[in-house]
Design a protein around this ligand. Structure first.
Ligand code: HEM
Length: 336
């Protein structure tokens, strides 16, 4: 009996060990990957190995099973650090440049003085579209900047309740004004496309510094190269802001969390550059150039202003019989 036991141990033990060893092979392979249900797995280890940590759920919206995803931390770093730097450098940089430029160059004056006679430059509809888009832009910019900078800049100066109420209203304004803003960008595109296609005259205008640097008056049609640049920024950058913004307003229509993070990055970077570009536009339309604001204010500009800044346009208007600058007249107010 004892001999049988010894025999069984001698024969069976290696067999049992072999089975155990072969059974442990998949286990060893599993040890390479992470078992999220194992108690001792650290969160850090999981985040390094997995794209996202997902739980189990029963509701149909499977996106909600995602508990953590490392890309969210990268995105948060972009939002709280990188974007703030991009915004601050772009916006403050342009403000500093404009102040330096204004202090060294001053306002571009109408060299020949005012003629005292005017010509219509933008009709009522064009001015309405411009101001509708501009007002929406300013509110979109301020309400958007509140999302980026409000917490570090405004919150310390306000009580938290007021900041919450302000931010909530700002967010509503941002969402709802996006619609008239987009309409404005589309109308601007259609309304002024004809005058904003590049021509040879633009090269000459650029070579001569546009008359802004120095006291030159290079010829230009209705829009000079600088204005054309602003037009295309509004159309292309405004268009990019709108498309990326709508991807965020209407989440998960063909987007995932990852693509929405990308849309947010595009939207916010584009917005900062847009604000910087528009600051330059606002500068030249107000304190940067005498007589420019009137074009979008009353719609009519002084004839000498038109002669100095848009001589070819003035000739065209004359040829169309819309004005006769050479004939002395008290005030010429013509329609487009
Ligand atoms: C059709 C136009 C637009 C739409 C649909 C739109 C939509 C949005 C949405 C949904 C957000 C995210 C808000 C949130 O995180 O709660 C946002 C953020 C933002 N938007 Fe717009 N937007 C538009 C135009 C603009 C324009 C023209 C500007 C600037 C001039 C702008 C500047 C910003 C900024 C700075 C942010 C904050 C970025 C951040 O810190 O996350 N947006 N926008």
């Amino acid at each position: 009996m004892q001999a049988l036991a010894i025999l069984l141990r001698a024969v069976l033990l290696p067999v049992v060990l072999a089975i155990a060893a072969s059974g442990s092979t998949p286990g060893a392979a599993q040890a390479q990957s992470v078992n999220p249900t194992k108690n001792a797995v650290s969160e850090q280890e999981l985040l390094q190995r997995e794209n996202s940590i997902r739980g189990l759920g029963k509701i149909p919206d499977t996106k909600s099973y995602t508990l953590e995803q490392p890309a969210g931390r990268d995105w948060r770093h972009f939002h709280e650090v990188t974007l703030r730097w991009i915004g601050a450098v772009a916006i403050l940089g342009v403000i500093v440049l404009l102040v330096v430029f204004y202090l060294s160059r001053g306002m571009v004056r109408i060299e020949a003085g005012r003629a005292g006679r005017t010509i219509v430059r933008f009709n009522a509809f064009e001015r309405f579209v411009h101001w509708m888009t501009a007002v929406c832009f300013v509110i979109l910019a301020l309400s958007g900047l509140n999302i980026t900078f409000g917490r570090p800049l405004l919150l310390p100066m306000m009580n938290p309740e007021s900041f919450t109420v302000f931010s909530e209203w700002a967010k509503y304004a941002h969402n709802f004004l996006s619609f008239p803003f987009t309409l404005g960008v589309v109308l601007i595109f259609l309304m002024w496309l004809g005058g904003n296609l590049p021509t040879r005259v633009d090269l000459e205008w650029l070579k001569r510094g546009g008359g802004i640097i120095g006291d030159d008056h290079p010829p230009a049609y209705r829009f000079n190269a600088g204005q054309k640049l602003i037009y295309w920024v509004v159309v292309l950058v405004g268009g990019a802001a709108a498309v990326s913004g709508y991807l965020l307003i209407f989440p998960f229509y063909g987007t995932t969390i990852a693509t929405m993070q990308q849309a947010q990055m595009v939207h916010s970077i584009v917005a900062m550059l847009f604000i910087a570009a528009m600051l330059a536009h606002i500068y030249i339309g107000t304190i940067g150039m005498e007589g420019a604001f009137e074009a979008m204010g009353s719609g009519a500009v002084d004839l000498n202003w038109a002669k100095e800044h848009h001589s070819l346009w003035l000739e065209e208007e004359g040829a169309r019989g819309r004005t006769a600058p050479s004939q002395p007249q008290p005030t010429i107010v013509t329609g487009q």
